[in-house]
Ligand binder design. Structure first.
Ligand code: SF4
Length: 114
C-alpha cells in the first residue's frame, strides 16, 4: 500500500547568519537576493496549497537575527486565525472539498498552463 500527502514547504526568509558550508539557500543580511515574506504572501502560498488539496505546511527559513520570538508568535497566531486547524471548521472543509473535486494532477497541469 502506498500513501501520500500534499504539503508545502514555505521558506519565509533566506536571510541567515549561520553560513553553513553546504547551503546554497542563505543570503547574508543586506544581500539584494535576500527576502522576508510578508504574512500576506505566506497566506497566499497556503491558499495555493489548499487549492491543490494540500493538508499541511512546513515553515522553514534562515536564522534571521532581527526576527524575535514575537515575530513567530504573531505569525503562528495569524495563521491560526486565517486557517482554523479543526477539520470541521467551515472554511477549511469548504476549501478541502473544492480541492478534492479536482485531482492534484489536473490542478498542477492547469497551473502550468496559466
Ligand atoms: S539556512 Fe539553514 S542550512 Fe542554510 S546557512 Fe542558514 S542555518 Fe545553515
Amino acid at each position: 500500500m502506498a500513501t501520500y500527502q500534499i504539503d508545502r514547504n514555505i521558506n519565509y526568509t533566506n536571510f541567515c547568519t549561520e553560513y553553513c558550508s553546504f547551503c546554497a539557500f542563505y543570503r547574508p543580511l543586506g544581500s539584494k537576493e535576500g527576502y522576508l515574506l510578508s504574512f500576506e504572501t505566506i497566506y497566499k502560498k497556503i491558499e495555493e496549497m489548499l487549492e491543490l488539496g494540500g493538508t499541511g505546511i512546513l515553515l522553514q527559513g534562515g536564522l534571521h537575527p532581527d526576527l524575535r520570538i514575537e515575530y513567530y508568535e504573531n505569525l503562528l497566531r495569524s495563521l491560526k486565525q486565517q486557517f482554523p486547524a479543526s477539520p470541521s471548521a467551515p472554511v477549511s472543509r469548504r476549501r478541502r472539498s473544492a480541492a478534492l473535486r479536482k485531482s492534484p494532477a489536473s490542478a498542477c497541469a492547469k497551473r502550468s498552463r496559466d
